[in-house]
Design a protein around this ligand. Structure first.
Ligand SMILES: [Fe+2]
Ligand SMILES: [Fe+2]
Length: 247
């Protein structure tokens, strides 16, 4: 089986499994989200693999299947945390059938198993390859789609203005902790910092808009907000778009 055939087989397996789940059948939007998320994680994993020297087909297939246990009906409160281990058990015989070597199946499945809560129910080695699966999953959680989804989940557009501001401030307050998330490779670290920068820029802009929607701001207030949005701490760095200082 060629690499392209293995990836196509994994795509079909993922969709077939997820579509067969009774919960997913009853929640088509959740099904669509899980498939889209699996593809995004696979593409992030593939990027990391190609830059770090991992096998891109193995990484693509492992990432595609990291959440395949969503085909099962798990209790949202108690069963969710087990879905990494369940995904590894579902993926393992399928990966062997595709022709991956047993030690590669073990590496792929160990990474799938630990991606939720860092625990597997079988012995394995925490290799950079295995850890890249959870890195790719985390990187997807802080890109544009999840910003939108998070705001939608909070019903942001319908919140009173003070609650909007509180939500934005709480989100920004979590950023410094999130920036320190340990990742396995230099490529994942670079992608993570890029996502954090984009996330912070968006929420700083949203904070400025929240304030500008509440009161008339002085020029100084507004300039300060623009400076915070652009991440400058020093007055000399306070250039804003259109500010063509030439000194
Ligand atoms: Fe997951
Ligand atoms: Fe995931």
């Amino acid at each position: 089986m060629t690499d392209a055939e293995k990836i196509r087989a994994a795509e079909a397996f993922l969709k077939d499994k997820l579509q067969s789940g009774s919960y997913m059948k009853a929640h088509p939007a959740e099904l669509a989200y899980r498939i889209e998320h699996s593809y995004r994680v696979a593409n992030i994993g593939r990027t990391i693999a190609s830059r770090e020297g991992f096998d891109p087909t193995e990484m693509t297939v492992a990432c595609l299947l990291h959440d395949v246990a969503y085909c099962e009906d798990f209790d949202p409160e108690t069963g969710w945390s087990n879905h990494g281990r369940r995904s590894a058990h579902i993926a393992s015989p399928f990966l062997a059938r595709l022709g991956f070597a047993p030690e590669r199946v073990d590496d792929m499945c160990y990474g799938i198993a630990i991606h939720v809560d860092d625990r597997a129910d079988f012995s394995g080695v925490r290799t950079p390859f295995a850890e890249t699966i959870s890195d790719a999953d985390n990187i997807d959680r802080f890109d544009a789609y999840r910003i939108y989804e998070g705001l939608e989940r909070q019903n942001f557009s319908r919140l009173p203005l003070p609650e909007k501001r509180a939500h934005v401030e709480n989100t920004l307050a979590q950023l410094s902790r999130l920036r320190e998330l340990p990742l396995a490779t230099q490529t994942a670290k670079a992608l993570w910092q890029e996502r954090m920068d984009g996330y912070e820029a968006f929420y700083r802009r949203l904070l400025a808009q929240t304030d500008a929607g509440a009161q008339i701001c002085s020029d100084a207030d507004f300039t300060q907000k623009e400076r915070e949005y652009h991440g400058g701490n020093d007055a000399d760095d306070a250039a804003i778009p259109g500010d063509q200082r030439t000194e």
